[in-house]
Structure formats: structure tokens, C-alpha cells
Design a protein around this ligand. Structure first.
Ligand code: SF4
Length: 224
């Protein structure tokens, strides 16, 4: 039976990429070895057994926490019901969600009529239902030493790349060489931390390349 180690579950509006504006249930899985210096979810990195808590305790915590709980697919669905969630789109993020086999969870959700999206760094094999919308934010040359996999790039429905400087565009160009098949994912540039310089660069390159701009709209309106 598949078990998922979960940092938080909440309902909100998807703020990034193609599903921007869509009411969504977010399932944030615990654990990530990639080590991006600007990561805004560093509290999800460690999978320390001593930080396991029960679901009730984690669900009532305020703010960021390194605590996590362990749930099966059916327990997670029961949690959705108990919380009264109404969104029909589920975003599985992390941490790095592809450290887990997402096939059981995504398959059950799709059977129940949810649409499913995962947000991954592209550094792990992606195991998920074929109808899952896969967002790859390729993390290149990060301190964790993980490489972006060609299989992840080839599975992507959208590539969403955080940018702050020209170097990040060059890194994206480098990983885009992995797209050797017929798959043509949408490409989004997302300015890091809403910096003006980053935003100006992203707009300029999106226009030059006919790529798309992704803004972290949830941060502008002050929601999670
Ligand atoms: Fe953070 Fe995502 Fe990078 Fe992991 S891959 S360190 S969760 S930004």
C-alpha cells in the first residue's frame, strides 16, 4: 500500500503556469534533496522520522513547519472530505514529489473526476497517471548535485523556469536540448521573488522567444 509523507494540504487558487486561477487542492509532499538556494519551501527538505506527527496536529499548525504525516491514498481522500474541499483540481508539489511513486495517488484522483497536476524539478523519474499535467521546473547545477533527466523533460506538459539573470536563460537553453522527441511543452519564465530586474528580463526573453510569462499571482494577492 502506498504511503505518502505529507507536509501540508490546503485549498487555494493555483497562482502559476497554465492553471493560474484554478481552484486547487494542494498536497505538499515532504522531502527534497535538490537544494536550490532560493527555495521558498526549505521546511520540506528533511524527512526526519522524529518530525512525524499525526495529521490533525499538522493540519492545525500555522505557518511553515518541518512536521509531516503519513497517509495512504484513501486516508488522504478522507481528509479532503473532512476538510470540506470543493476544488476539483489537485496539485501535488513538494519538496520533490517525484521521490514518490505518484501512480496510485494520481490514478485514484483521476478515477474520482479530479484533474491532477504535479510540480517537479525534473531530477527524478516521473511515475504518474498518463492524464496528469506535468509541470517541470528544471533545477540545473543546484548544490544537491542532481541532474535534470531527459525522461522528465520529455514527459513535461509545461516547463516553468525561475529566472533572475541571463545565466538562468542559458541553463534553460541547455536543458531544452533534452527535448529531442515530438513533445513540445509550453515554456514559461517565472521571475524569482517578483524582483523588477528579473521581471524585466523574463518579459524581454518571452517576447523574443514567444515563450510565456508566469507570475506567482498568489504572492501578489497575499494567499498561500
Ligand atoms: Fe525547493 Fe523545489 Fe528546489 Fe527542492 S526542487 S530545493 S523544493 S525549489
Amino acid at each position: 500500500m502506498s504511503q505518502y509523507k505529507i507536509n501540508e494540504v490546503f485549498q487555494s487558487i493555483q497562482g502559476e503556469g497554465s492553471y493560474t486561477g484554478v481552484p486547487s487542492i494542494f498536497v505538499r509532499l515532504q522531502g527534497c534533496p535538490v537544494g536550490c538556494p532560493w527555495c521558498d519551501t526549505k521546511h520540506t527538505w528533511t524527512l526526519d522520522p522524529q518530525l512525524e506527527r499525526n495529521a490533525n496536529e499538522v493540519m492545525t499548525e500555522q505557518g511553515e513547519s518541518e512536521h509531516w504525516f503519513d497517509h495512504t491514498v484513501e486516508q488522504l481522500l478522507a481528509l479532503f472530505s473532512a476538510q470540506g474541499y470543493q476544488a476539483k483540481h489537485v496539485v501535488i508539489s513538494g519538496g520533490e514529489p517525484c521521490m514518490y511513486d505518484l501512480l496510485p495517488l494520481s490514478t485514484r484522483l483521476i478515477e474520482l473526476g479530479y484533474s491532477v497536476q504535479i510540480e517537479t524539478s525534473g531530477t527524478f523519474e516521473i511515475l504518474t497517471h498518463t492524464d496528469t499535467w506535468v509541470t517541470v521546473s528544471p533545477k540545473v547545477n543546484m548544490p544537491g548535485g542532481k541532474s535534470v533527466l531527459a525522461s522528465a523533460m520529455l514527459r513535461a506538459n509545461e516547463i516553468k523556469h525561475p529566472v533572475a539573470m541571463e545565466k538562468h536563460i542559458e541553463e534553460l537553453d541547455q536543458v531544452l536540448t533534452l527535448l529531442t522527441g515530438p513533445n513540445k511543452p509550453l515554456i514559461y519564465l517565472q521571475p524569482i521573488s517578483q524582483q523588477k530586474r528579473a521581471t524585466d528580463l523574463a518579459i524581454k526573453v518571452c517576447i523574443e522567444r514567444n515563450w510565456r510569462l508566469s507570475l506567482q499571482t498568489h504572492k501578489f494577492i497575499g494567499i498561500e
